[in-house]
Design a protein around this ligand. Structure first.
Ligand code: ZN
Length: 188
């Protein structure tokens, strides 16, 4: 499938609000190919030269609904720093990811969030859980995994998993007071 900024489903298309279905495991060849193409999109999108040439918008994650496929699959590539300031790299091709626990503490990105499917700007804090535990099948490692995510990775995973329910980041922005600070929240 050709995945670029023209083929990605935008929020003007009602399909983006539809629910994604649970995927049968083991993966069909078709599902596996699509998920690999989604990961490739994310990787290529952050390579300036490729992004320009191939019409890709930079992203850290993409979900299948964004290419018009209503299946619970997402590819995520996140670079962050650990507690000691050392670089950490996370790369997943997740099938049927489930959030099995979430921290009470909230977190949000100071700069707000963006999305490949959202063209217009929506300013405001997108308040999410600071830490989550996710269970999924991961095609990168070819096994069932448990991810204990915090900070930026936790935000990205919640954003992607929301896509399976047709939820977009700006649904979480406080309409009356978009930049309302949340007490005790981790600001990233
Ligand atoms: Zn998105």
């Amino acid at each position: 499938m050709l995945i670029n900024n023209d083929t990605i489903v935008k929020d003007t298309d009602p399909i983006i609000r539809e629910k994604s279905e649970i995927v049968t495991l083991p993966l069909s060849k078709e599902d596996e190919t699509l998920l690999r193409e989604m990961l490739q999109y994310v990787k290529d999108s952050t390579d300036e030269e490729k992004a320009e040439k191939m019409n890709l918008r930079p992203a850290v994650g993409i979900s299948a609904i964004q290419v018009g496929v209503k299946k619970q699959m997402t590819a995520v590539v996140v670079d962050d720093l650990d507690k000691n300031g050392e670089p950490e790299h996370f790369e997943y091709m997740l099938v049927n990811p489930r959030i099995v626990s979430s921290s009470v503490q909230k977190a949000y990105l100071h700069s707000g969030e963006g999305c490949l499917s959202v063209v217009n700007q929506h300013d405001g804090y997108v308040v999410r859980s600071a830490r989550i535990t996710v269970k999924a099948f991961d095609l990168c490692t070819n096994k069932d995994i448990t991810i204990r995510a915090r900070g930026y990775l936790a935000i990205v995973l919640q954003h992607e998993i929301d896509h399976f329910s047709g939820i977009l980041f700006y649904d979480h922005i406080n309409k009356k007071d978009p930049f309302k600070e949340v007490e005790g929240a981790l600001v990233i």
